[in-house]
Design a protein around this ligand. Structure first.
Ligand SMILES: C[C@H](O)[C@H](O)[C@H]1CNc2nc(N)[nH]c(=O)c2N1
Ligand SMILES: N[C@@H](Cc1ccccc1)C(=O)O
Ligand SMILES: [Fe+2]
Length: 277
């Protein structure tokens, strides 16, 4: 782990991130501290109700299978209770964090089958889109697929590989790969309609529709090297969405692609502009 909690806390405060990083443990986790107001519970239900209507239509089957396995989403989740369920299904658990955490510790959690979930929720003014990950994004977007064995294994492999790539100086490039697949990936299987896969889309009412249905969304066939070279911004709609032909294509690219070679050739070079890839 390269950055200390204290330094990261200062950086986040400077950037205006909302979480309270002063109470983090060394691995950036905190206690969930389950005490949410009636208003927060109401916002949670509203978010789940309206987003579920969209995901039924626009999300890839793997995600929807996960939602079915997870079961009721009628109140803000108790992380310990969910962890107990996940441990039985796929050996994963969820841990509470104050918000965005650095890539190193984030991937270290994944490599150990722990998924970091933010412990605070967006407000009613941010139902459609929020610029930093909150509990709705982390939970509703990422946790369902962790109930599915194939994806559960893949996410762990992601964490483990990412740590190796960070050691080679590939921090930015491996993060882009995570970004354009786990967060904003689309899938179009042969003869099927375009579907959303990434968690950043699952949790945004406006961006999910934009990414899948808008003529203005820039869809690019998934290519490992291009993805690892393309820059991104976290606080606006993405200017490129990479489209996988199948989930297996992602797993194969990850398992047998020459990640280390790509990092050696392109690290430190300016990022490609997502608008023109
Ligand atoms: C690895 C990459 O930087 C990625 O965006 C990570 C970083 N830290 C995170 N931290 C939290 N809490 N949630 C996330 O989804 C992520 N994503
Ligand atoms: N924009 C996402 C949240 C998010 C922010 C940053 C990174 C990933 C996801 C949403 O509205 O749900
Ligand atoms: Fe995320």
């Amino acid at each position: 782990m390269t950055i200390s909690v204290a330094d990261y806390a200062r950086e986040c405060a400077a950037q205006g991130l909302r979480g309270d990083y002063s109470v983090c443990r060394a691995d950036f986790t905190v206690a969930q501290g389950y005490k949410y107001s009636a208003e927060e519970q109401a916002v949670w239900r509203t978010l789940c109700d309206r987003q579920t209507k969209l995901t039924q239509r626009l999300a890839h089957r793997s995600y929807l299978d996960g939602v079915a396995t997870l079961g009721l989403l009628d109140k803000i989740p108790d992380f310990d209770a969910i962890s107990e369920k996940l441990r039985k299904l796929t050996g994963w658990e969820i841990v509470a964090v104050p918000g965005l955490i650095p890539a190193g510790p984030f991937f270290d959690h994944l490599a150990n089958r722990r998924f970091p979930v933010t412990n605070w929720l967006r407000t009613r003014q941010e139902l459609d889109y929020i610029v930093e990950p909150d509990m709705f994004h982390d939970f509703f977007g990422h946790v369902p697929i962790l109930t599915q064995p194939v994806f559960a294994d893949f996410m762990q492999m992601y964490g483990a590989k990412a740590e190796d790539m960070i050691a080679l100086g590939g921090d930015e490039m491996i993060t882009r790969l995570y970004w354009y697949s786990a967060e904003y990936g689309l899938i179009q299987e042969a003869g099927q309609p375009l579907k959303a896969f990434g968690a950043g889309l699952m949790s945004s009412f406006t961006e999910l529709q934009f990414a899948v249905e808008s003529k203005d969304a820039h869809h690019v066939p998934f290519n490992l090297e291009t993805v690892m070279r393309t820059g991104y911004e976290i606080d606006k709609f993405q200017r490129a969405y990479f489209v996988l032909p199948s989930f297996d294509a992602l797993r194969d690219a990850f398992a047998s692609g020459d990640l280390a070679g790509i990092i050696a050739r392109f690290k430190g070079q300016p990022a490609l502009d997502p608008a023109t890839v």
